[in-house]
Design a protein around this ligand. Sequence first.
Ligand SMILES: Nc1ncnc2c1ncn2[C@@H]1O[C@H](COP(=O)(O)OP(=O)(O)O)[C@@H](O)[C@H]1O
Ligand SMILES: [Mg+2]
Length: 617
Amino acid sequence: MAENNTEQPADETPAAGQETPELAKATTPTAPAPEPAEEPAETTETTETTEPAAPQAPQAPQAPQTPQTPAAPASTGPLSQKAVDAVRAGYTFEGTTLDIGALVNGDPLADVQVRIPLGMLNRHGLIAGATGTGKTKTLQGLAEQIAANGVPVFAADIKGDLSGLAVAGTPSDKLTARTQGIGQDWHPVATPTEFFSLGGVGQGVPLRATVEGFGPTLLARVLDLNETQESSLGLVFHHAKQNDLPLITLDDLRTLLAWLTGDEGKADLKGIGGLSPQTAGVILREIVNFAGQGADVFFGQPAVEVTDFLRTSTAPGPDGATTEFGVVSMLEVPGVQDRPAVFSTFLMYLLTELFRALPEVGDQDKPKLVFFFDEAHLLFKGASKNFVETITQTVRLIRSKGVGIFFVTQTPKDVPGDVLGQLGSRIQHALRAHTPDDAKALKATVSTYPTSEYDLGEVLTQLGTGEAIVTVINDKGAPTPVAWTRVRAPQGSMNPMPADAMAQAIAASPLQAKYGAPAQTEGAAAKLQGRIDAASQAAADAAAAKQADADAKAADRAERERQRDEAARERESRSTSRSGSRTSKEHGVADVIDDVVKSRTFQTVVREVIRGLFKKK
Ligand SMILES: Nc1ncnc2c1ncn2[C@@H]1O[C@H](COP(=O)(O)OP(=O)(O)O)[C@@H](O)[C@H]1O
Ligand SMILES: [Mg+2]
């Protein structure tokens, strides 16, 4: 198995290591404890988990409540025959469906398939579960099937463990055992995938947005500005537009605010009206902070056109036949844990842009696009109330544009209640119950499910890797019966795409020509710098002229004094020597000089010479 995680001992072990501290230090006060030591159990990764009787099997961390008995026969599962039949009927639909997996009732029941209608994906969904329980693989499997149905997918690949989707999976005996047990006709499939990065950080075609395109509202929400500040920011954007000061990068906005709060821009600031220097200063500080979090990189041109996420591409499909796939747009965002604001802002921007770009379509046979937020707790981490409101509203309204959104995160508690309430499909992997906090989360999760024969509090801690408690919205808009499901295996690779293959794919992307290199457009910063330079030149000129004038006056005074002295001397000499030693010619020259010196023209020339000297510095 060439795919085994060589370069990235990836999935779980290190993931857990990263996730826990990051959760702990950040906003999610609820999550510090859940994931500490469990991951070792998940070394199953290397063997592409198949364990047929997973609930009882090597789930060391979940073990406390788990009866360590061998797999029970089907009849001893938690559901009565009646309930099993209800599940079978409840997940049988007329239109196209995605197959999630097979019901587990003690043993997996290959003839009881758990599905989700393709047309109901715009009712959104949640994939939750502790680290290493199978969330990302579930996401991958769904994304593959969505794409194979011709529907484009957008997904953020935060740990790099989703990229395997672009590579055909490797068959193995264990995999076959798993897939046969749940009635999955498994074939390796490589899904057409386009890799993107935020402003070129990490691997992928760089995605950028202009500050202008972002708009004051979203920016204000991200900066957590209050209402006054938000409307002030709106005025600044308006002023920029009126005065041909394009806001492209954060630096453009920063420079404009600095200008407005500085001496040069005083008049402009007054002209804007309703923007106090204090407020402008506060906004400026917030922007500097935001840039400091690394937001700089993705503001620029050319700005992404979200319609580029709506492409299709033909490739060999799951059945080997040429198939029109929806292209999977995968945003590679390594290290995003350090910059949740940047990440969440950009994803929100994409969503709002999608909302803007797409026409109203109502419910359709299949969605226009399905958007997956893996590690969605990062989206909400430290998010302001306003921002959460924006998300809530966008999630609610984007449904009618034919966009489905899946949030993927550890516990439903990571998702604000208003958003959670709009997520129709629920695929809940195992939850831990180690700490009181875990127990609370578990209880909260249980309470959100429709009633069933399951003791969900118990079952949710017993699920095996790659198993989940499922309920979806059926084609009539009602929730389906709760079903303990063994999830299908992805048909792409379960390991990250090899870096060189990814680099090749990125280099060959048809979107490189459009987005590869940043465009150099003169924004507000450059324009204002021009004005600042001109203003300071004018100020220097004015100062020089003033100085020259003063010098000239001083020279005038000195000259008049000299003339007085000379006249006095002359009078004296006339009176002492009446014989008249001076010739008339001499007298004539002196008079001429005297006249010249006193003349206006001469004084002007002197002034100009002095000024010229001064100017040369
Ligand atoms: N549906 C599945 N089919 C086969 N193996 C799975 C499945 N789901 C999970 N696994 C195994 O469990 C490991 C952890 O799953 P993953 O989706 O990365 O967990 P999570 O995202 O919850 O941390 C995978 O690497 C894989 O080996
Ligand atoms: Mg994951």
